[in-house]
Design a protein around this ligand. Structure first.
Ligand SMILES: Cc1cc2nc3c(=O)[nH]c(=O)nc-3n(C[C@H](O)[C@H](O)[C@H](O)COP(=O)(O)O)c2cc1C
Length: 347
C-alpha cells in the first residue's frame, strides 16, 4: 500500500495516540476558576490574528495528508470545515507533488475552499539534503497558493521508518539558506516528539517566522512506523521510543521563552478547548489539532465542522470562566499546578 494511505489506515484504526492529558503535560495544570468573571459571555471573542491573517479562533487543522485520491478527499473535507469555521488549515507533506505533479489536485484545497483564511504548505526539512532546494519549495508554494510553509522535523520518525531519510547533518545551514527564498513565512514543526530548548536555540538563529511544537501527548510517529515495519528490531525500537520527546505543555513554554518574538503554534495531543486554552496561557499564539479532526473528516465534512465548533465553544467557555474577553487576555492568565489535596500533611 502507498505510504500515505498506510499512515491513514493505521491512524484511523490502530492505537497510535498516547492519550490522556498527562502525556502532553496539560493534565497537571489548571486555571483558577473565577466565579465573578466580570465579563458578559456574549462579549467573549475568540477572534485572533495569526501570520497577518484574521481567524475566527486561534486554531489550525494540523498538517496531515495529500498525494493519493483518499488523501485528497480528506483534504477537501478538512479544508471546507476549516473554511466554514474561519480557522487555519495545513496541508500534509507535498513531497509527492515533486515526484508526481499529477497529484497536485489532492493538495489544491483553495479550489474547493476559496474562503480559507490561512493555508500552510509542507515538506520534510530533511528533503533539503536529498536534492530539494528553494526553487522546488517555491513551486510547491505557488502550486497550492499557500500563505505560509511548514518544514517538518522528524528525525525519530525517519529513524524508525523502514525507508526513512536520515541524513540530517548540515540541515541548519540548508534551512538558513532556503527559508528566506521560499517566498512566504516559514515555520519549523515536529511531528510528535516536540521542540526542546536545545532545538529552539538553534531555530532562534534561523530566518524563520516560528515553530509548531507537535510535542509528546498525541499521535506517536515512532509507534506508527513501528507498526508498519516487518523488522522485529525496528519494531521494538519504535515502541520503546513511542513516548520519547518533550511533552507538549513543556515544549510550548520553552519555545515561548526562547523565541519571544516568533509565532508559536502548540500541537501534540491537544484534544479539547480547555487544553487549547492552557496552551495559549503558556504562550502559544494558536493551537493545531491533527488526528481527532482526521477521524471526524473520515466520517464527513459536517462531522469535521462539529469537531472544530466543539473546540471553539470549549475555548470560549474557558475564557468566560477565567474572566477573559479576548485571546490576548487569556495569554496573560496564570496556570497553577494541580495539587493532590488528600496528600497534604495535617497542619
Ligand atoms: C494521518 C497523519 C498524517 C500526518 N502527516 C504529516 C505530514 O505530512 N507532515 C507533517 O508535518 N506532519 C504530519 N502529521 C503530524 C501532525 O501534523 C501533528 O504534528 C501530530 O499528529 C501531532 O498532533 P495530534 O496529536 O493532534 O495528532 C500527520 C499526522 C497524522 C495524524
Amino acid at each position: 500500500m502507498d505510504r500515505k494511505d498506510s499512515h491513514l489506515t493505521l491512524c484511523l484504526t490502530a492505537p497510535v495516540e498516547l492519550g490522556a492529558g498527562d502525556a502532553s503535560g496539560f493534565g497537571g495544570l489548571r486555571f483558577e476558576h473565577d466565579a465573578l468573571p466580570e465579563v458578559d459571555r456574549a462579549a467573549v471573542t475568540t477572534e485572533t490574528e495569526l501570520l497577518g491573517k484574521r481567524l475566527a479562533a486561534p486554531l489550525v487543522v494540523g498538517a496531515m495528508t495529500g498525494g493519493t485520491p483518499r488523501a485528497g478527499e480528506l483534504n477537501q473535507r478538512l479544508a471546507k470545515a476549516a473554511e466554514a469555521c474561519g480557522v487555519g488549515f495545513a496541508l500534509g507533506s507535498q513531497r509527492r507533488m515533486l515526484e508526481d505533479p499529477s497529484t497536485r489536485a489532492t493538495f489544491a484545497v483553495r479550489e474547493v475552499a476559496p474562503g480559507l483564511r490561512l493555508l500552510f504548505g509542507n515538506v520534510g526539512a530533511v528533503q533539503l539534503n536529498y536534492g530539494v532546494g528553494a526553487a522546488e519549495v517555491r513551486r510547491l508554494v505557488e502550486a497550492v497558493g499557500c500563505d505560509a510553509f511548514n518544514f517538518h522535523l522528524n528525525p525519530l520518525q525517519e529513524a524508525i521508518q523502514p525507508e526513512g531519510d536520515t541524513r540530517f547533518a548540515g540541515l541548519v545551514a540548508r534551512l538558513r539558506e532556503v527559508a528566506p527564498a521560499v517566498g512566504v513565512p516559514v515555520l519549523l514543526k515536529e511531528v510528535g516528539a516536540g521542540i526542546s530548548r536545545a532545538t529552539a536555540l538553534k531555530i532562534r538563529e534561523l530566518p524563520v517566522a516560528g515553530v509548531e511544537t507537535a510535542g509528546v501527548g498525541g499521535t506517536s510517529w515512532a509507534r506508527i512506523e513501528s507498526l508498519r515495519t516487518a523488522d522485529p528490531v525496528q519494531r521494538s525500537t519504535g515502541e520503546l521510543f513511542a513516548r520519547w520527546g518533550i511533552p507538549t505543555a513543556e515544549s510550548v513554554a520553552t519555545c515561548r521563552a526562547v523565541l519571544p518574538d516568533r509565532v508559536v503554534i502548540a500541537s501534540g495531543g491537544i484534544r479539547n478547548g480547555i487544553e487549547a486554552a492552557k496552551a495559549l496561557a503558556l504562550g502559544a499564539d494558536a493551537v493545531a489539532l491533527a488526528l481527532p479532526l482526521l477521524k471526524a473528516a473520515e466520517r464527513s465534512t459536517e462531522e469535521a465542522v462539529l469537531a472544530l465548533r466543539r473546540v471553539i465553544e470549549e475555548l470560549r467557555t474557558a475564557m468566560f470562566v477565567t474572566g477573559c474577553r479576548t485571546v490576548p487576555e487569556l495569554r496573560l492568565r496564570p496556570l497553577v499546578r494541580a495539587r493532590d489535596l488528600t496528600a497534604q500533611e495535617p497542619a
